[in-house]
Design a protein. Structure first.
Length: 336
């Protein structure tokens, strides 16, 4: 953005994920004009202190300031569409933490913004920017695993309920475990295979925290994709406090010529660095990982400037649509 404003603002700071966007924007030479968060002030203060930012109680100042060229947002999930539409009204491109929407009504509103095309909308689909997934995606697209047959993704999470805001346990506000966590996975399925989601069948399960009746702690979805590809997605909030990581995420990919396993948080007996293993008829090997050529923030700024991006509006919509549909169709399982 040579010769243009190099400032950004944050509206909504309910999840620490936004710290990644802040860090990347600062590294690119941008100045933060302020962080607006009326409710979760402890987190906002933590991030402000970490990155040397100013807190502001005036959201309108960030929207009306012509020097602010980009807004970042990690508001409560069901309020993100309000912020997106505010940014559209003020002509401000916006990068949001996932998920963009929590239900069908939000999805319809998102489609309207994307189709009008007045602003660029980004979503922090951070998994695409992991070196392991970037490396394996290039291998798949080069045909080294043959035709993809099946993908399995396992994403356990640590809950730490005492540290979570109340909205996290209210499905109408958070969207629930499928909307909150599987949007990453649906995006990866499309990105890794180049195919569209055709049908899903799944469940939402409740085993804990009876005081939060709409909070579901585990979910699984069977996915049927174009080209006869199948996938299984699983996530839960049951990683024990004593775990070596917040969640031992694994991705397994089966092709007609080989298999790949991605250990997103490494191996506790070896290293915390992510690992990608490939098995073919010839050998089992650990892949040398190659990071993507640009950061998430730079990719978004390129799109704001009119360049072709890695993540498109269609990608954001399709991942959100598949996730909302899977959540709507999921069977509810409650432990008696």
């Amino acid at each position: 953005m040579t010769g243009k404003a190099r400032k950004f603002g944050i509206i909504g700071c309910q999840h620490a994920h936004i710290g990644m966007f802040i860090e990347e924007m600062l590294a690119l030479g941008y100045e933060c004009a302020g962080v607006y968060e009326p409710d979760n002030k402890p987190l906002a203060r933590t991030l402000a202190d970490r990155y040397g930012l100013e807190l502001t109680g005036d959201r309108e100042s960030l929207l009306s300031d012509k020097g602010v060229s980009v807004i970042g947002c990690a508001a409560i999930n069901h309020e993100k569409m309000d912020v997106i539409e505010l940014c559209e009204l003020h002509g401000k491109p916006i990068m949001i933490d996932k998920p963009a929407v929590t239900d069908r009504a939000g999805l319809t509103r998102l489609r309207g913004v994307l189709e009008r095309g007045r602003i660029e909308v980004g979503m922090m689909l951070t998994e695409r920017f992991r070196p392991s997934l970037h490396t394996v995606q290039r291998m798949i697209r080069a045909g080294e695993l043959g035709d993809i047959v099946h993908i399995s993704m396992r994403k356990p999470h640590r809950l730490n309920p005492e540290a979570r805001p109340a909205w996290h346990f209210d499905k109408s506000q958070s969207g629930g475990i499928i909307n909150d966590l599987f949007v990453h996975d649906f995006d990866l399925l499309r990105w890794l295979t180049g195919r569209e989601v055709e049908m899903t069948s799944g469940y939402l399960a409740k085993h804990i925290l009876a005081e939060y009746p709409t909070f579901y702690d585990a979910a699984g979805v069977q996915v049927f994709m174009g080209g006869g590809i199948t996938a299984q997605l699983y996530a839960d909030w049951h990683t024990p406090a004593g775990s070596w990581t917040w969640g031992d995420g694994r991705i397994f990919i089966t092709g007609t010529r080989g298999m790949a396993e991605i250990r997103l948080e490494g191996d506790p007996l070896l290293s915390s660095d992510e690992v990608a293993l490939v098995i073919t008829d010839q050998e089992l090997r650990s892949l040398p990982l190659k990071p993507p050529p640009i950061s998430l923030a730079q990719e978004f700024l390129n799109r704001v400037e009119g360049e072709e991006g890695i993540i498109t509006h269609n990608d954001i919509y399709k991942a959100s649509e598949a996730t909302v549909t899977a959540d709507e169709e999921a069977r509810i399982l409650i432990r008696e």
